[in-house]
Design a protein around this ligand. Sequence first.
Ligand SMILES: Cc1cc2nc3c(=O)[nH]c(=O)nc-3n(C[C@H](O)[C@H](O)[C@H](O)COP(=O)(O)O)c2cc1C
Length: 382
Amino acid sequence: MINIADLRRLAQRRLPKLVFDYLDGAAEAEVTLRENCRAFEEVTFRPRQAVVVRELNLRTKILGVELAFPGLLAPIGYSRMIHPEGELAAARAAGEFGTTFILSTISGHKLEKVQEVSRGPLWYQLYLVGGQAVAEAAIERIKAAGYTGLVITVDTAVAGMRERDPRNGMKQLLSGSLLKKLPYVSQVLSHPGWLYAHWRDGGMPKLENIVVPGQGPLPLIDVSAALADSAVEWKDFAWIRKAWSGPLIVKGVLTGDDARRSIDEGASAVVVSNHGGRQLDGVSATLRALPEVVAAASQQAEVLMDGGIRRGADIVKALCLGARGVLIGRAYGYGLGAAGYPGVVRAMTILREDVERTMRLLGCASMEQLDSSFVNVPGAWR
Ligand SMILES: Cc1cc2nc3c(=O)[nH]c(=O)nc-3n(C[C@H](O)[C@H](O)[C@H](O)COP(=O)(O)O)c2cc1C
């Protein structure tokens, strides 16, 4: 496994088609997914030659907490479907690499258990599935468990149209009758390793962190159903702010205006994100949206970005364009699908070694020294 594309291929072999496509796919024509990756290719480096970096420092400070690596692990819903270890594997690996893991609301392991296995900082990404009271109860739980950041994802007014999912019968396989499942079961039966692991794990996991009063954890439901009633509005920030006084991070910002609005609503950080191209197809690549948001945030909030990061060089480019750190999504998801915990560790090792090598080849000794003088951006971006 030399690069993330190798892990992607292994995940494709090991996972049933519907699970791989859920991870790999994006909305509609997947234009934004491709653009997210392509934008990194358009930015080229301007190295400082004949410089030997003797002491390389990959540390970065995010919301006052020092991280050993500037790549945080993004929230990935249904991780326990990708591998039984799911969020536990990702949280453990993040801790090993001295970085933050962000737990999705749509998670199969209890947030307290995730906390127990992690040695690093944890943030919780909140969707309003189940409504305000359910969300407030989750916020109480993360406070008690010691999570240090609350992430509000603002790009999911409705679920994006991820065309691969209905084609693969995602809804039928998750919640349909046996008869409705039948046309789609062959893709699962052809992956006995995955099937056996999930049978041993107890079958379909519940959404352990969405606890409906009187009913317990929500059963695993289709993603569009999960997101249908969970849209957040700016007015919700008033009660969210009351329930959570710690650092608030707004994820899914693509314009300077929304960055300023997030700051007005109390955000300490914003994440430039288009949900990995899974929501509104046709929005610009996040790397391209980054400079506008950095300018608008003008030091009042920290700016992170995600989308399309498949190599350490991509992380370095994002930092050159003003991000303080990045979120890694599919890159670790492929590792999880390929091999569980060791797969996530392999993905993170690849990315960290990439960043180290890139920094040495650039002649730059620390993350904070990275700036736009290390890159060329296309003229049309200005
Ligand atoms: C399978 C999958 C599930 C995701 N689930 C969530 C989620 O539950 N909440 C959320 O805020 N973002 C979610 N995202 C978006 C990621 O947090 C992140 O923004 C995106 O993956 C970054 O793009 P990349 O995959 O190209 O790195 C998900 C992404 C993927 C690939």
